[in-house]
Structure formats: C-alpha cells, structure tokens
Design a protein around this ligand. Structure first.
Ligand code: HDD
Length: 709
C-alpha cells in the first residue's frame, strides 16, 4: 500500500507544479453570478420573506430567534475593513505584461527571460494622503503598484508616479504621514497638503525638498492614470544566472504621453466628479482604449553606486536619463476591469518583498523599512496571516509549504507532516536549489558596526531639486510657483512659511523670489548648503518637453449645440473626431433631440449643466444661426467655454459657432490664440482643432491676462 502511494505521488506533484497561465481563469472559480438565482442564507437555506423581521404579532416586537435577520445584519455590520493607512483611495485593473526580448544577460527572472513571454498583472493606482472616500484629483503623489503573477511566484513592483521620495530613512515614514494626513485635533483638511503640519515637517526636513518640487508640479495632478509615468523609486538589484548582480531603476513610460490637469480644474473636479480618475480608467478599458506602458530599466554596475555624484541607495535622488538612458524591456496593457471593487481592488495586498529569482532589494534604508511594513499592515487590514489566499493575491505558481492555520485559512492541507525535514511523507516537500529556480539573495558583501547614522553620501539635499526646477519649461515653472504660493499662502504659522522660503532659496533664488512675491515676506539669504553638484538640465524631467504630440485616441470632446443647429455640419464634425479615436458627446440646454436647420434632428447626450467642461479634454461649438444665438444668450454656455479656455484646453468652432467663443471674450480673429481654431468646413478640422488636440493643453496661453474668468 505504502509503496503504491509513493509511486503515485510524483505524478500528482508534477500536475500540481504546472502554473495556471491566466489570472482571469483562476479568479473565475471564485466568481458568482446572483442574477435570477433563489435567495438563500449563507448556509444555502432558501428564504421565503426578505421584507419582514420575525415579530410577535404584526405590531409586536422583533424576536431574538430571527436567525435570518441576525445573519443579514451581522454581515452588514462587518462589511467594512480598515482602509489602508496610506494609499487608501485607489482604482485598479487587470492586464498583461509582454517582454520584448530576453533579459537573461542581466536577470534570471523567468518572466523577463524570453521575447514574447506574457505575464498576467493586476495594477492599483492610488492617492496617498486622502481617505477612501476622498477625491481622485487631490494634489498628491500617485501610487503605481503592479503585481506580476509570474510562473515563479508573485512579483510586486510597488512604485509611485514620482521617481524620488520625501525621506531617506523609513523610521521617518510615520512622522511624514502623520504630518501630511488631516491634522489630528479636527481631522482637517482632507486629502490636501496645504496645511500647517505638513509644511512644518517639510520645512524641518531639507531632504524632502526635491520631492516637494515634484508634488508642486503638475505631476501631482495627472490628467489620467494612463498618462502618468511610474517609477520603482529605489535602486533594486538584478542578478543573472552567473550570479552577477547590478543595480537597476525601474520606469513605466505611458504610451499616451504624460499630461496634467490645471490646478483650478483639479480642485473643481474634486467636487463635480470626485471619481474622475477611476471613471476614466474604467471607461477607457470598457471601450477598448487600453492604457499601455513600456517598462524601462536603467542598469548600473554595483561598483558605480556612487559614481554619479550622489548615492544610488538614496531614494531622494534620481538618475537622470540623459546620463544613463532608460532601455525599454517590455509592455504592459491594462485590458480588463475588476468585477468587484472590494474583492479585488480593496483586498489586493502588495509587498516590496514579493520578489522572484533574479530580482532583489538593495540596502536603501527606505526600502529596508518597507520590507517590514507591507506584511505587517495587512495583518490588521485583512485580518490575519492568510491574506495570500484571497483570490486576487493568490499566486498562479503552485504554493506548498509548512505555514499552517491562523484566521480565515482556506487551504485544506492533507497529511500529518507540517514540518521539514521529515521522513513520513515520501517524497517529502523539498527545497529547490538556485540552479533549479530557487530564490537566493543576491550575494553582495556587507559589513559594518551597528550605528544609527546616515551616510555622508546622502547629504546633498538641494542639487537635484535645482536640477528639477531648471529642467522645467516656463509654463511648468509658473505652475510650480503658483502651487507653492497656494500651499504656503494657506499656512497660519508665519514661521513655517519663512522656513520654507529659506529652503526654496537654496533651490533657486528666482523661484523663491517669485513665490515670495504674493506671500508678503522678504526673500531670505541663502543658507550654507551641503553639496552643490551642477547637473545639465534634463528634458526627461519636463512633462511638456516630453509630451507625446501624436495621437488623440481616447480624448473626450464636448460639442455644444441647441435647437437650430447645423445638423449635417455637426454630424460631419462628429464623424471626423470619432475616426480619429475621440470620444464625442453632444451637450445642449435640454435632453432629447435638437431640431436641425439642415433637417435631421440631432440626439443630445448630456445637459450642459450636468457635465462640466472639466470632464472633457476639448470643447467644440457647432454651427447654426439659431443655435449660436441661443448659446450666446446662455450664461451656462459662456461659462462653459471660458472655463475650458482658462484650463488651456483646445477650443474649436464650425463657421458661425465662433460667435459663442467671441461672446465669451475669446478672440477668433487676428493673431491665432494657441489652441483656438475656427473651421469653415468640417474637413479643416484635421489641420485645426484635431491638430490642436494633439498638444493636449496649450499652457502657453496668457491665461489670466486674456480672460479674467
Ligand atoms: Fe508604501 C502602501 C508606494 C514608502 C509603508 N506604498 C503603498 C502603496 C504604494 C506604495 C503604491 C499602495 C499599494 C496598494 O495599492 O495597495 N511606499 C510606496 C513608495 C515608497 C513607499 C513608492 C517609497 C519609495 N511605504 C513606504 C515606506 C513605508 C511604507 C517607507 C513604511 C516603512 N506603504 C506602506 C504601508 C502600505 C503602503 C503602510 C499601506 C497599505 C499597504 O501598505 O498595503 O505598508
């Protein structure tokens, strides 16, 4: 008997060792479709009455024995789990990562080992400071966390949309987050850094200055998750089959280019459509406009960790792409929306320690602290140590070990042996040598005396902040200045404002002078600063210099019209835009259909008052004398185009539609205003309105002087 069992086991193990290729298929076992089914209790009991509690007579008190009421109410009372202590608000999607060509020369990671190799992924984007119900468009860093379900186990790249971080050592993380989150006495403000405690902390921690420049830029106001870069932030390690390890920085480059919102727009969106980014992501995927990124690497020899004038173990520094180029190694496509927000997006758990053979961590003191926090936090959030069994977290690679029991255990591990080594089960559960795919830590020498001490190589806190400022185009610099004026203008403690200006002077005197101009404070003298490395400006750090002015696919356009519209003209404009891949909506003062000067009625998609210009990328005014006259007389329509103009969006009109732009004070004659175009026929759109849309925004408009909105 015993011999028989032993003979059968290798086949069983071989079958179990085959990874499932597809996460959707894996999750399918867990999904349930309730529609049309009989209503039951959790035990499968069919329920006859879901309207009335059990009570003593029709007007009598409820009875404690009502197990159906109690089960339902208990489930409801415990529906919520603690939100993430940071990154609480997020949205996610499934997708696939495809490797371009084998990276075996630099890493033995199997999912990077062959051209065309596809790996399922789940990606969660998030804001950091706001709570779960806060607005998507808060000025904040965005989380960019990717879980690769590889054949060798789950690999998590838990990054942000900004390549550097506020602090150098994880021991400061709780302080940073306490300072950034709402102030503890009144829990105000929600999802905003514009308050005393945040800037108090920042002003006392000069290493945060570089990151502050990034969050004051439009990087902190992405137009779409699909239009953000992503960064692994830290230096990680890649190790190849020969055991050679190198340092690597990971980059995600969006194929839609990198674009931002206007600050005024972001604030208004927080009220009008707080779900702006999650809606945009879900809609894009539902309509087949799949967000895509290339994964790129900057690879550096271990010996060069300090060669660039800063320490590659310091997460407040970036490695300029002009010094070490980013080499694309694969493409990620997000192509499927989650079926259930809670089960997938809320319960997904990322961890910097979810590594695969060939990818490892470095001694970066920020990353080292993260290696503890991510599992620890899930114990409270997901209620115990078995969160790896939750379907969205479950590896596609087979899982066999001696971890047992604990709250909410799902797996039923057969047999008596829950330890190793053992001789009772034949063959026993076994370790796997590196040569056969086992994980081994990168063999790098470390030595030292135990100290609480920061390396001198981490001491230069300003040179890269200066690099960032000097790499921005004039409109981007103006946005940084305005953001700092706004944030520091909100402070109630003057000493904090003054201290921040002392930091800014160390970045750039002109920056500090422009910020100080509206704050009513003198520009302080620069204080002695550690390090003064001079970098050549890096165009890669500018969103505008690196804009991707090719495609308008997925952009959203509002066409304004009302009764008396030139229907044929409107349909021709719409057809041209749709052919270019644009999503078009007709907006009018009333729903239903518009009578058309040309005969065919035009269907209305949305009301002008319910769907603000904020949720569109560009606005177009249809032709037709009666339609234009009515819109010119409408304050809502005039505000609509003014607001779009103020937010630097492309504006277009067909023929006499230009009358609405003129009524809003936008010049359509004489010298061309950037991003404003009038077509006499629909065919002219490709050279005018659509060409203007490729630029996404026309930040070079003299916005405030041209139009006091
Ligand atoms: Fe973190 C969540 C990214 C520093 C501790 N972090 C979290 C998420 C992202 C990041 C994207 C959300 C994951 C999700 O969608 O579920 N964190 C970063 C980056 C950092 C960083 C790019 C610096 C380079 N984090 C950091 C430090 C610590 C943490 C220094 C603590 C030592 N982070 C956490 C956490 C969270 C988290 C408390 C909260 C929820 C979670 O982990 O699952 O463990």
């Amino acid at each position: 008997m015993a011999q028989n069992a032993a003979a059968q086991q290798p086949a069983a193990i071989a079958a179990a060792a085959t990874p499932i290729a597809d996460k959707a298929q894996d999750l399918a076992h867990e999904t349930t479709v309730d529609a049309g089914q009989a209503l039951t209790s959790n035990q499968g009991l069919k329920i006859a009455d879901n309207q009335n509690t059990l009570r003593a007579g029709p007007r009598g008190p409820a009875l404690l024995e009502d197990q159906l009421f109690r089960e339902k109410m208990t489930a409801f009372d415990h529906e919520r789990i603690p939100e993430r202590v940071v990154h609480a608000r997020g949205a996610a999607a499934h997708g696939v990562f495809e490797t371009y060509a084998s990276q075996a020369a630099i890493t033995r990671a199997g999912f990077l080992g062959a051209g065309g190799k596809k790996t399922p992924v789940f990606v969660r984007f998030s804001t950091v400071a706001g709570s779960r119900g806060s607005a998507d468009t808060a000025r904040d860093v965005r989380g960019f966390a990717v879980k690769f379900y590889t054949d060798e186990g789950n690999y998590d790249l838990v990054g942000n949309n900004i390549p550097v971080f506020f602090i150098q050592d994880a021991i400061k993380f709780p302080d940073l987050i306490h300072a950034a989150k709402p102030e503890p006495d009144r829990e105000i403000p929600q999802a905003s850094t514009a308050h005393d405690t945040f800037w108090d902390f920042i002003s006392l921690v000069p290493e945060s200055t570089h990151m502050v420049m990034w969050i004051m830029s439009d990087r902190a106001l992405p137009r779409s998750y699909a239009m953000m870069e992503g960064f692994g932030v830290h230096s990680f390690r890649l190790t190849n089959a020969q055991g050679t390890s190198r340092l690597v920085k990971f980059h995600w480059k969006p194929l839609k280019g990198v674009h931002g919102l206007a600050w005024d727009e972001a604030q208004k969106l927080a009220g009008k459509d707080p779900d702006f980014h999650r809606r945009d992501l879900a809609d894009a995927i539902a309509t087949g406009d799949f967000p895509e990124w290339e994964l790129g690497v900057q690879v550096v020899e271990e010996a060069d960790a300090n060669r660039f004038g800063f320490d590659l173990l310091d997460s407040t520094k970036l490695l300029p792409e002009e010094i070490v180029p980013v080499r694309p190694i694969g493409k990620m496509t997000l192509n499927r929306n989650p079926d259930n927000y809670f089960a997938e997006t809320e319960q997904v758990a990322f961890h910097t320690g979810n590594l695969v053979p060939g990818i490892d961590v470095t001694e970066d003191p920020l990353l080292q602290g993260r290696m503890f926090s991510y599992v620890d936090t899930q114990l409270t959030r997901l209620g115990g140590p078995n969160f790896h069994e939750i379907p969205i977290n479950r590896a596609l690679a087979p899982v066999h070990n001696m971890n047992r029991d604990g709250f909410h255990r799902q797996t039923i591990a057969k047999g008596r042996v829950n330890y190793e080594p053992s001789s009772i089960d034949v063959p026993p559960i076994r370790e796997v040598p590196a040569a056969n795919g086992g994980f081994v830590t990168a063999q790098v020498p470390v030595a030292g005396v135990k100290v609480r001490h920061r390396s001198e190589t981490f001491a230069d806190h300003y040179s890269q902040a200066t690099l960032f400022w000097q790499s921005q185009t004039p409109p981007e610099q103006q946005h940084i200045v305005e953001a700092l004026q706004f944030e520091l203008g909100k402070l109630t403690v003057p000493a904090v404002r003054a201290r921040m200006l002392s930091n800014l002077v160390n970045v750039d005197r002109e920056l500090a002078t422009r910020v100080a101009a509206v704050l009513g404070v003198a520009v302080p003298a620069a204080s002695p600063r550690n390090g003064n490395k001079r970098y050549a400006p890096s165009p890669a750090l500018s969103m505008i210099a690196r804009a991707n002015p090719k495609s308008v696919v997925g952009r959203k356009v509002a066409i304004l019209a009302t009764d008396g519209v030139d229907g044929d003209g409107l349909q021709a404009v719409k057809a041209m835009l749709v052919r270019a891949g644009v999503m078009v909506k007709v907006l009018a003062p009333h729903l239903g259909s518009l009578w058309s000067a040309g005969g065919t009625p035009v269907a209305v998609d949305e009301l002008i008052v319910t769907t603000p210009s904020l949720v569109f990328d560009a606005v177009f005014v249809a032709a037709g004398a009666d339609s234009v006259a009515a819109l010119r007389a409408s304050g809502d329509a005039i505000d609509y185009v003014r607001e779009a103009f103020r937010h630097a969006k492309p504006l277009g009109a067909l023929a006499d539609g230009a009358g609405l732009l003129a009524a809003a004070g936008i010049s359509t004659t004489g010298a061309k205003v950037p991003g404003v175009s009038v077509a006499s026929q629909p065919a002219e759109l490709s050279q005018g309105f659509i060409a203007d849309m490729t630029m996404h925004r026309h930040w070079d408009r003299a916005v405030k002087s041209a139009l006091a909105a």
